[in-house]
Design a protein around this ligand. Sequence first.
Ligand code: S3P
Length: 176
Amino acid sequence: MLPNIVLVGFMGCGKSSVGRRLAWSTGHRFLDTDELVVKAAGLSIPQIFSQRGEAAFRELESAALTELSGVCGIVLSTGGGAILSEDNRILLRKIGVVAWLDADEDVLFERASRSGRRPLLQTENPRARFDALLADRRSLYSDVSDFRIDSTGLTHDEVAARTREQALRHHRRFVG
Ligand code: S3P
């Protein structure tokens, strides 16, 4: 049976869109840590950041991940910073096969800044912030993931198909 699939990657890499397609094509249930956090807090992500601060958001995010260990049959999309804590990284690898969705920096920035809803990019110089965060995080995405998919120039359906194929290849990490 196909293991759980966990999607990690920077803001704008397409985790939610690809995750929904993957769930549809695998029969797995789609979950998104941002949505779980919003539900638990009763506040939107920008509200959590502005009213309670980033640290409170990270605690809610870790709590959501902790609740998922042992759950089967899911595709889990994670917030771009879910990989920051080592405890979270250990949890993510226990939850499922971990796919890192990546793309060219310019593509990621264009997609990430499109919605204007991402609190970490609400600064005077969003591009500088984006570059700094990405530089800090790349090695963490690489460490936590079983494989990386470069989504530059691919449709969400193509990325979902490649992710599914790779997840099947890495599924032996979960058997015996
Ligand atoms: C964050 C990414 C966001 C969300 C929050 C923090 C981050 O999720 O969890 O705004 O630290 O990179 P997406 O990666 O889905 O945008």
